[in-house]
Design a protein. Structure first.
Length: 397
């Protein structure tokens, strides 16, 4: 398959070059980190000397530790020009950070790496690089990229396909009608995350429970809950697990980049609540797979999840808004910029319309407010300053 340049990511990495920090491509498994690294190699070869090291290539198996890596870099480094060191699956090299910390301090050297989640969970990266790094988070394909990879034009059917199957790039190699193979692929990715990134890395013994917890989160995505409320739910099912254990397991699920924790934000008091959060998946297909059946996925929940992912791709910090007991789906912040979003599959129903618009109308500041919907009957473009956006247009642009 022809490699497609995901320019938003390669451009971001190029902006960070020359600042004396290791650039670490993070993200869940099979989101496309390795392909982005290869694209960067193609782009940067016009600027200087490329030192590309793919640790999944058996020919590089002799590079086992930081000393071997240092010798390899010395052999490939060229004085008098700019050198770009790109390492895929850097965790295969024992104590690699000792060598990278030294080389990043040298003139005319930039370093970009990717790593397996099993060895580089989000909580480990800061300590590994002693703070000398820039993370660039790689998500699965956006809807716009999904159309390119699958050679589709935007339509309601294409949008529903994206919401159902998600944005794992490899799925474009599996025919849309081959539901079994697509489902098996999603299963294999989840099993890899589950077995390698969670069980092996954290040495968790209660295998069935954390699997059920992941499935519970998938089915409850977009709902407020806490570790304590999950513990009570599990107790009602005859399973006794402490809220502290559940909290630890939830932190582990987040560390694999499989799910994100979204805190509640008091719009009036401009502060965060300490209890109850929402959780959203970074990959829609995995979320739908965990709901037990690709034929019974919940379109409205997934649309809300897709909007969350899009906001994060746009660089926003995202919260769940609370105002006088009413909920705003998303409060999106970036610097001094703030925007409010409600997400609803349909708004033509008067009760739904009143809930979605009424909650936004309670907010008295002048920041932009949006309702995002897939309702084909929605003809209102502005109501008291609130803009209605079609889900397809929002996810595309």
């Amino acid at each position: 398959m022809e490699r497609i340049n995901r320019a938003d990511y390669t451009n971001r990495v190029i902006e960070l070059l020359g600042k004396g920090e290791v650039i670490v491509l993070t993200g869940h498994r099979r989101a496309g980190k390795s392909c982005i690294l290869e694209n960067l190699s193609d782009i940067l070869q016009k600027r200087g000397n490329i030192m590309f090291l793919d640790m999944e290539n058996p020919e590089n198996s002799k590079i086992k530790n930081f000393e071997d890596l240092n010798l390899w870099i010395k052999e490939h480094h060229i004085n008098g020009t700019h050198n770009y060191l790109l390492i895929d699956e850097v965790q295969e090299i024992a104590e690699f950070e000792k060598t990278l910390r030294w080389w990043i301090k040298q003139d005319n050297v930039d370093i970009i790496v990717t790593g397996s989640n099993a060895m580089m969970l989000s909580s480990d990266i800061a300590s590994t690089f002693a703070g000398r790094y820039f993370p660039v988070h790689i998500y699965s394909l956006s809807y716009k990229e999904f159309l390119v990879f699958h050679n589709l034009q935007h339509s309601q059917d294409a949008l529903v396909a994206y919401l159902k199957w998600g944005g794992l790039p490899f799925l474009s190699n599996i025919p849309a009608q081959d539901i079994r193979t697509r489902t098996d692929y999603l299963c294999s990715i989840y099993d890899t995350i589950f077995v390698r990134d969670i069980l092996c890395r954290k040495q968790i013994r209660n295998v069935a429970f954390i699997d059920n917890l992941a499935r519970f989160v998938a089915d409850s995505s977009g709902k407020l809950f806490s570790a304590n409320s999950i513990a009570k739910f599990m107790k009602s099912k005859g399973i006794s697990v402490s809220s502290n254990t559940i909290s630890d397991y939830m932190n582990t699920l987040c560390a694999t980049y499989m799910i994100d924790r979204v805190e509640r934000y008091d719009i009036k008091g401009k502060k965060l609540f300490e209890q109850q959060e929402k959780y959203y998946f970074e990959e829609l297909g995995i979320r739908n797979y965990l709901c037990r059946s690709m034929r019974q996925w919940d379109l409205e929940k997934v649309l809300e999840n897709a909007v969350y992912i899009k906001l994060r791709m746009m660089g926003y910090i995202v919260y769940v808004g609370q105002l006088d007991g009413k909920e705003i789906d998303f409060v999106a912040k970036k610097g001094d910029e703030t925007a409010y979003y409600q997400v609803s599959l349909q708004i033509s129903n008067s009760e739904t319309y009143e809930r979605e618009f009424g909650n936004l109308k309670l907010i008295k500041d002048n920041f932009p407010k949006f309702v995002i919907t897939m309702d084909p009957l929605a003809s209102i473009t502005n109501d008291d300053g609130i803009q209605v956006l079609s889900a397809g247009d929002f996810l595309l642009n």
